[in-house]
Design a protein around this ligand. Sequence first.
Ligand code: BDR
Ligand code: CA
Length: 315
Amino acid sequence: AQPVVIDCDPGIDDAVALLLAFASPELDVTGITTVAGNVGIGQVVDNALRLCDLIGVDAEVPVVRGHAGPIARAVRIPDEPVHGEGGLGGVHLPPSARTPHPSHAVAWLAAQLRDRGPAGTTVIATAPLTNIAALLHAHPEATSSIKEIVLMGGAAFAPGNVTPSAEFNFFADPEAARFVTEAGVPLRIVGLDVTRKALTTRADIDELLADGAPATAAAGRMLDHLATRYEQRHGVAACAVHDALAVAATVRPDLIEWTDAWVTVECGGEFSRGKLIADVHGRTGLPHNAKVATGVDTDAFRAFLVSRLLRHYGA
Ligand code: BDR
Ligand code: CA
């Protein structure tokens, strides 16, 4: 199985992404690093520890605490958090007896990547890119140890979800996102262009709830929180599960259409701070540095996600 580390900020869709990753035999998840984003770092770490208990993650797989905020400028956490009370849609998981790894995420990642050797580890990033940028800045040698970074972030060809142009993970730390795009690491970017189409339907959620095992029920209840909000806004009985698509993109890249591009992130801009720029037509003349997702087989993704969760965690 491919060794991966998951850098995340659970968060409902991060939680579902973790469940999917641990249900995927193609992946060997060797650690979970955490960063402030959907909720503050303390809550993110606590949520990750509780999720590990829920699905019985091996005690040797650490949860590692990372950065508590962005590199350059503070970002205002929304008054009405998308992810609900506690960041997991008000779903209360029992407190965990696990403790976070004693290292900082950046130091842990540097050591882990070194130990796994050249191009040995895939990094799945589903949160603001603060930890990953700090890693590549402080430990440039880590670049050669990363097989690929598969990240959820940006909205190259679609409207943003924080500002008209910026997606949350990139808006939360644009300088970090920019640094990662320019670091020379193989990069695959799954942005809102496609994650907005990676919907789970009310029927999928009902199937998880009906199964009723602890992890499928928790996934169902968390997604129900997102879907209720999505239904109110968009009138569709479904919800996007952005971060889970980054895991699917790692295991089943064939579910997604990709285009090569030179990418960067706007860090200035009056209205465009945090905007992912993708030069797909070679206007800049700069060499391609990423594969950007442009399409997804929505039904195949839904079936993949729900069947893996049911098969691995179901009653
Ligand atoms: C991203 O922002 C967060 O709220 C989600 O967890 C996802 O990573 C979507 O814009
Ligand atoms: Ca996230």
